[in-house]
Design a protein around this ligand. Structure first.
Ligand code: XMP
Length: 447
């Protein structure tokens, strides 16, 4: 019944996520047991398979911090005199304390809450939870007789005891820092940027940001980085074919970004006639990348949680989202009103507007006098906070995995490779049937 991915994607058609529907498998576990832990490069693990696009209307510091702390599942920090566990507890800072402080310079001591409910060292789990319930606080620091912080009990632990989904742990480097990645170009002056990012910024990975990554420029930059900073992980791309993937992996790529013209703001396929349907691209690149143990990032075209599950089921280890996170509170730029709706700007890095600010190298057009746009500039609706969106997306993907009968990435990969993940394409009518229909009005999902 149905087809294996190998059969379906070997027929010469370019399919995107909506064209394909996955068959359910056998459920033998709860959705809360599904792990979404994954790898974004050969050596960097993430607890959730979602990253935000390196675009100037999507990711700046605020988005990076929010994505990192969304994965952490906590929104507050204890302040101690040593700045670490074991120091004397001075106060606590929560998002409520910093939401209205729009700078990065105000000392924590000015905004932190000093009047805390604490519990003595040795308080057991049940006792701590009883105190949390009674005080209606989210966090309960445990302190010793000298007022030093020894542990922290949280409402999240309490929720986990009630079977609500865990949020996942942060992606941390061995010395305890949140993992950081940065996108760079492949020009001569990008070498100095990489050195600075590595030496001063402590980045763990760089993305060589190009719409067509199978180029001499990218191979040269890759070999330069591998020589100059051997510990830095390098994500190459974008690619959509197995041949492109093989060339970059054999040159040393630690991860690949997949997608050409599938993004919501992209016009590459129309303007340049090249690209590939995203589901087909993800499947074919993942087949090659898997031979080398290199993870791939499905970049662009993600419109809902089902697309994420499809991308992961077809071999991606991570999805990268632009439009999903554009228009959120954490995306750069201010909200404004457009045709009565609260909106933020979202633009392609290949739009003339963005290229005039330096992204033309991404499209190999920095040396050309006449710039050809490969993307558009526009607006998207206010989408609230990623702190709300990401947990919803993750839980929906867990439920998708459960329906497929895969408990984690490896399990879903096994189904794909052995051909027991069955699927088929959907006619236009089947796609319409798969969405909401015959409703006069209904409440749309918030993300
Ligand atoms: P979504 O669909 O998530 O796509 O909005 C985001 C991804 O699209 C790519 N990107 C572009 N592709 N012209 C293109 O052809 C552009 O102007 C452009 N800007 C971004 C990029 O890979 C991003 O992550």
């Amino acid at each position: 019944d149905g087809f294996s991915a190998c059969e379906l994607f070997g027929k010469g058609y370019s399919y995107t996520y909506d064209d394909v529907i996955l068959h359910p498998g056998h459920i033998y576990f709860g959705a809360h047991e599904v792990s979404l832990a994954t790898r974004v490069t050969r050596n960097i693990e993430l607890q959730i398979p979602i990253v935000s696009s390196p675009m100037d209307t999507v990711t700046e510091a605020e988005m990076a911090v929010a994505m990192s702390s969304t994965a952490r599942g906590f929104t507050s920090a204890c302040v101690t005199d040593t700045g670490a566990l074991g120091g004397r507890l001075l106060g606590m800072v929560t998002t409520r304390d910093v939401d209205f402080v729009n700078d990065r310079h105000t000392p924590l001591s000015e905004v932190m809450t000093r009047d805390l409910v604490t519990a003595p060292e040795g308080t057991d789990r049940a006792g701590a939870m009883a105190l949390l319930l009674e005080s209606k606080k989210g966090k309960l620091p445990l302190v010793n007789a000298d007022g030093e912080l020894v542990a922290l009990a949280t409402r999240a632990h309490f929720k986990a005891m009630r079977g609500l989904p865990p949020q996942g742990a942060p992606a941390l480097s061995p010395d305890g820092r949140p993992r950081v990645g940065a996108a760079v170009g492949t020009r001569e002056d990008d070498k100095a940027r990489v050195a600075k990012l590595y030496d001063e910024g402590g980045v763990d990975a760089v993305i060589l940001d190009s719409s067509q990554g199978d180029s001499t420029f990218q191979l040269c930059m890759l070999s330069h980085i591998k020589r100059a900073h051997p510990e830095l992980e390098v994500i190459c791309g974008n690619v959509v074919t197995g041949a492109q993937a093989r060339r970059l992996i054999e040159a040393g790529a630690d991860g690949l970004r997949v997608g050409m013209g599938s993004g919501s703001i992209c016009t590459t396929q129309e303007v340049c006639a090249v690209g590939r349907g995203q589901a087909t691209a993800v499947y074919h690149v993942s087949r090659v990348a898997r031979e080398y143990g290199v993870p791939i990032i499905a970049d662009g075209g993600i419109q809902n949680s089902g697309h994420i599950t499809k991308a992961l089921a077809l071999g991606a280890s991570v999805v990268m989202c632009g439009s999903m996170f554009a228009g959120t509170a954490e995306a750069p730029g201010e909200y404004f009103t457009y045709q009565g709706q609260r909106v933020k700007k979202y633009r392609g890095m290949g739009s003339l507007e963005a290229m005039s600010k330096g992204s033309d190298t991404r499209y190999h057009s920095d040396t050309q006098a006449l710039k050809i746009a490969q993307g558009v500039s526009g607006v998207v609706k206010d989408k609230g906070s990623v702190r709300r969106t990401v947990p919803f997306l993750c839980q929906a993907v867990r439920q998708g995995f459960q329906d497929l009968g895969g408990k984690d990435m490896a399990d879903v990969r096994r189904l794909l490779v052995e051909g027991s993940l069955r699927m088929e394409t959907r006619s236009a009518a089947a796609q319409a049937e798969g969405g909401v229909h015959d409703m006069l009005a209904y409440e749309k999902k918030p993300w």
